[in-house]
Ligand binder design. Sequence first.
Ligand SMILES: [Zn+2]
Length: 235
Amino acid sequence: MSELASDLAELVTANHILAREDVLDAFGHVSLRSPQADGEYFISRSRSPELVVVEDLQRYDLDSKLLGDDERRGYIERVIHGGIYKARPDVKAVAHFHSPAIMPFCVADIVWKPVTHLGATIGTDVALWDSQAEFGDTDMLVSTADQAASLARALANSNAVFLRGHGAVVVGGSLRELVMRTIQLCRNGDVLLRSLPFGGVTPLTAGEIALSGAKNLEPPVLARAWDYWATRAGH
Ligand SMILES: [Zn+2]
């Protein structure tokens, strides 16, 4: 298998893992910056992630214009991916999703903080992007280049951002890093919400987040987690 074919197979696996772990469902998507061209990315055509096969993958430029002659309908919100790859040269993979585990952080006055060692994988803060501030009443989707650029500004140099009333975006320096972060954003959020009613929740310190976050992203740790999740997803 060529290096590109292997990367695309891993993108398909990432789709299946994030579906199996209840991050993606009928909606949401995951993409990979092209390993061959920084100005391009791969993402499935408009299809639920659990069903994605390698033949569904399409190639886009960073303005999210289709490259090649595959005319099948793409995801409306693919501009999120192009906008972030444009703003963040360090980002190699992006996921956008509406997992129930994180929705309270998009609708209520609750701040997401790392409270578990695996939650540290996200970093210290997750900003909340409110489309209302710049764009007023919309259909709530991120469907224009201006909206995607605004969202990328809210993400800034962090690893995740919440979208008010909508969902979240997570970025990674690789697909494995992305999958780890995405699942842990949800898991940590779930633990935080279940702990808050008891009071006295203690977030990790900045030092703990830095040390633990780096540990969680070491290649052997990522490989162990990836193999587990991939097996659960049928790979
Ligand atoms: Zn969405």
